[in-house]
Design a protein around this ligand. Structure first.
Ligand code: PEP
Ligand code: MN
Length: 351
């Protein structure tokens, strides 16, 4: 299955570019550039103004190196007029995408709460957390079985056993499960996982993204630690162009000079991604802040600015957590937050 809307509207999907030439450029040099651009398979529309010549590049200019053209001594500026992403572009899919998984809907006015521990640590732990977040109204259960740790000596998850324990928790609570896949070699273990998460560190693992594009499951794609929104959307494009249109974007904080919090939560990404793309956008205030007490206010702000869901780390005993204990909410803290999120959503809905 390909990206149906994109193959259908293929002509409309093509990217155009505008090249403004410097004033007084010799005709011969102008023609050399136009010739070269034509050889790239583009149609060139030349508009001669009083001071500048403007070249309109019509066709698929996504493969043309804008920086290279911009560096030519006869070129004043270069501007792309459509985004190089197509499958995930709002321009070609005006309606919000609603991702459905196990009876839960995300996007297009459907708000999903994803909650659970950073990592699955034991049967007792995951069942306790799953039961508590379910009682607080969570829609999906998260838990890492494969953990991307900064240090190779830290706990890296229970691997296959972690996935089995998540499945056990799903069988008991009915909550669909979300877990991070780090490599294509892990794919067979994720066959019975409902939503596959691509972590911040893997956002640009293009081989992984391409393989996930062949699956019939939603992919939760986290923004990389130092990636722009355009790069995030290009990564979504990898998955979608390979055939899987069910992508959920996740803002989880980016690296800035601020060293007080673990990352800096870029909440403006939420309305901006909604503007650029029809994909659902959720927010992870846990990794964004790294600090337990900052999670609730940032979660409420995310709900207020239009996020389609939240992913929050919850642990039954954060002091003993094997990973990310400092940012985990206790079950009762999560319960209080879930109630406030519902109140904020209702208030914003009425505005
Ligand atoms: C996680 O959600 O468990 C995680 C590792 O997050 P991130 O990839 O955003 O750091
Ligand atoms: Mn974590």
């Amino acid at each position: 299955m390909g990206c149906a809307p994109c193959s259908f509207f293929h002509e409309r999907c093509k990217e155009n570019m505008i090249v403004v030439l410097k004033s007084g450029v010799k005709q011969e040099k102008k023609e050399q550039l136009i010739d070269w651009l034509r050889k790239q398979g583009l149609t060139i529309h030349v508009s001669e103004g009083e001071f500048h010549t403007v070249l309109g590049l019509i066709g698929d200019a996504s493969a043309v190196d804008a920086d290279l053209i911009g560096s030519l001594d006869i070129v004043d500026s270069v501007k792309r007029v459509t985004e190089p992403f197509r499958c995930c572009s709002r321009k070609f899919h005006p309606d919000d995408l609603v991702v459905e998984v196990g009876g839960v809907k995300i996007g297009g006015g459907h708000f999903a709460m994803i909650a659970g521990p950073c990592s699955v640590e034991s049967e007792e732990q995951i069942l306790a957390v799953a039961r508590s977040v379910k009682a607080s109204g969570a829609d999906l259960l998260r838990g890492g079985a494969f953990k991307p740790r900064t240090s190779p000596y830290d706990f890296s998850g229970l691997h296959e056993r972690g996935i089995e324990l998540l499945q056990l928790a799903r069988a008991e609570t009915g909550l669909p499960i979300v877990s991070e896949i780090m490599s294509t070699v892990q794919l067979p273990l994720f066959e019975d996982v409902d939503v596959l998460q691509v972590g911040a560190r893997s956002m640009q693992n293009y081989d992984l993204l391409r393989e996930l594009g062949k699956l019939d499951k939603p992919i939760l794609l986290k923004r990389g630690l130092a990636n722009t929104l355009r790069e995030l959307l290009m990564s979504a494009e990898y998955i979608m162009a390979a055939g899987n249109e069910r992508v959920i974007l996740c803002e989880r904080g980016i690296r800035t000079f601020s060293d007080y919090t673990r990352n800096t939560l870029d909440l403006s990404a939420v309305p901006e991604l909604h503007e650029l793309s029809h994909l659902p956008v959720i927010v992870d205030p846990s990794h964004a802040t790294g600090i337990n007490r900052l999670v609730p206010p940032m979660a409420l702000a995310a709900a207020a600015c239009g996020a389609d869901g939240l992913m929050i780390e919850v642990h039954n005993d954060p002091m003993k957590a094997l990973c990310d204990g400092a940012q985990a909410l206790r079950p009762e803290e999560y319960d209080a937050l879930a109630k406030k999120v519902r109140a904020v959503r209702a208030a914003v809905h009425d505005l």
